[in-house]
Design a protein around this ligand. Structure first.
Ligand code: UGA
Length: 443
């Protein structure tokens, strides 16, 4: 392999996981983080969020990673500058590109005749790479610089695995020399020195590299997330039909997933999707389509179904409790999914606030330590369940799946559970003396 020197701007999930994966593959990585707290954590060998396997891998590859607050020193020696900064939603639901352009502002004065590629990893609307190109041509007309779209498909909770061994690598670049540099960057991933725990994920076949136009690469990222979100809204609608007809969504899932054309992933019915990606990216794609003169009706329905699903699922608990007012309810799982400490677009927090607004007395629990002001939070599951009239499982942490529900039920005023992720066995819960409510399940 030819080791490359690269700069990665932004040490969030995408930036940090990519930096570690590329360092494990033998490249020399400069990781730039403006946020002082994050920077200090990284400099002391800690990662600033919960992400399995990432911290130990980060410590293993320290010799190949250099962390800094600014990119002044690293750009000169880097042939690739990867932008992995956030692109949050604007109030109008499109992507806010201010962090991208702030990074470019810092990069421009450092560009010269040495060929460099600006690699856009952040999720950005179609046309952003062309916009960046035009910006660089006007601000640094003499610089030799290419722009490449290189979207990231990793999932939180499995970020390192996704950065090391993605299903595919997508590169949207026009200049052949830029494409060649990106091939040199990614080809060694396959043989990276990795933690033992990840060996099982090392693919036998070469990771496919798809070289497509920058516009297609930008849109492909949104298309992938929209498709996965569509699968979730689809199965949730099937669950709603199950609830109305007496069929069972898990039995239907078992039938669907045996069909290779459908596949088995992202067919878990529940309260809907949350997190920092699906809600933001589905809304952004909807905006991108509208602005280009096309209304993406299917996507609009996916978004609507998702925003209504939580209320629909809560309704059955409301009926069983004969209203929420004055009822003591435990909400289990606040992070948007297990194995993360991320609360962005958290259904747990939204549901706790909704129940409070409807007059319930809410206690919340999560296996990861969290600081919350609006909700009464306890990191002790027993304390959280003591004396409650009902419990809602919002995020399917293993701690809840493997809990001794018979003992926990003894602490509750009423043994009533709404399993918002269909994560528990109804038969076991009934045997433990619970009234069990699921999502589209036949009890
Ligand atoms: C998602 C995509 O899965 C990644 O491929 C993508 O790279 C990432 O967004 C991104 O754009 O950065 P992530 O948000 O980390 O990854 O989490 P997922 O595992 O996809 O889960 C998202 C939400 O969907 C969670 O709230 C989860 O509970 C929900 N979900 C997932 C379901 O309700 N049902 C399912 O069957 C699967």
């Amino acid at each position: 392999m030819i080791p490359l020197e690269i700069t990665v701007v932004g040490a969030g999930y995408v930036g940090l996981s990519s930096a570690v994966a590329l360092a494990l593959a033998g490249h020399r990585v400069h990781l730039i983080e403006h946020n002082i707290k994050r920077l200090q954590a990284l400099q002391s060998g800690q990662i600033p969020f919960l992400e399995p396997d990432l911290e130990s891998a980060f410590q293993d590859c320290q010799k190949n990673i250099c962390i800094a607050a600014s990119l002044e020193r690293s750009v000169k020696s880097s042939s690739l500058i990867m932008l992995a900064v956030g692109t949050p939603s604007t109030p109008a639901h499109s992507a806010d590109l201010s962090q991208i352009f702030a990074a470019l502002e810092d990069i421009v004065p450092l560009l010269d005749q040495t060929p460099r590629v600006i690699v856009v990893k952040s999720t950005v609307p179609v046309g952003t790479n062309a916009e960046i190109k035009a910006y660089l041509e006007s601000r640094a007309p003499k610089a030799v610089v290419a722009v490449a779209s290189n979207p990231e498909f990793l999932r939180q909770g499995r970020a390192l695995q996704g950065a090391l061994f993605p299903d595919r690598i997508v590169i949207g670049a026009s200049e052949p020399w830029a494409l060649e540099l990106l091939r040199q960057l990614y080809t060694p991933l396959q043989d990276a020195q990795i933690p033992e725990a990840l060996e099982q994920y090392r693919p036998e076949q070469a990771i496919p590299i798809l070289e497509i136009s920058p516009e297609s690469a930008e849109l492909a990222k949104y298309a992938a997330n929209a498709f996965l979100a569509m699968k979730i809204s689809f199965i949730n609608e099937i669950a709603n039909v199950c609830a109305a007809t007496g069929a069972d969504v898990n039995e239907i899932k078992a039938v669907l997933e045996k069909d290779k054309r459908i596949g088995s992933d992202f067919l878990q019915a529940g309260l809907g999707y949350g997190g920092s990606c699906f809600p933001k990216d589905t809304r952004a794609l909807s905006q991108i389509s509208l602005r280009s003169g096309y209304e993406f009706r299917l996507l609009r329905a996916v978004i609507e179904v998702n925003s209504e699903q939580r209320f629909r699922v809560l309704q059955q608990l409301e009926q069983r409790l004969e209203g929420f007012r004055g009822k003591r309810i435990a909400v289990l799982g606040l992070t948007f999914k297990p194995d993360t400490d991320d609360l962005r677009e958290s259904l747990g927090v939204d549901i706790a606030l909704e129940l409070q607004a409807r007059g319930a007395i809410v206690k919340a629990h999560d296996p990861t330590p969290l600081k919350l002001e609006q909700v009464d939070f306890s990191s002790d599951l027993n304390a959280c369940l003591t004396g409650v009239d009902a419990v809602i499982l919002v995020t399917e942490w293993d701690e809840y799946r493997n809990a001794n529900w018979k003992d926990l039920g003894c602490l509750m005023q009423r043994k009533l559970i709404l399993d918002g992720r269909n994560a528990l066995e109804p038969g076991d819960m009934l045997a433990a003396g619970f009234e069990y409510l699921g999502v589209g399940r036949k009890i």
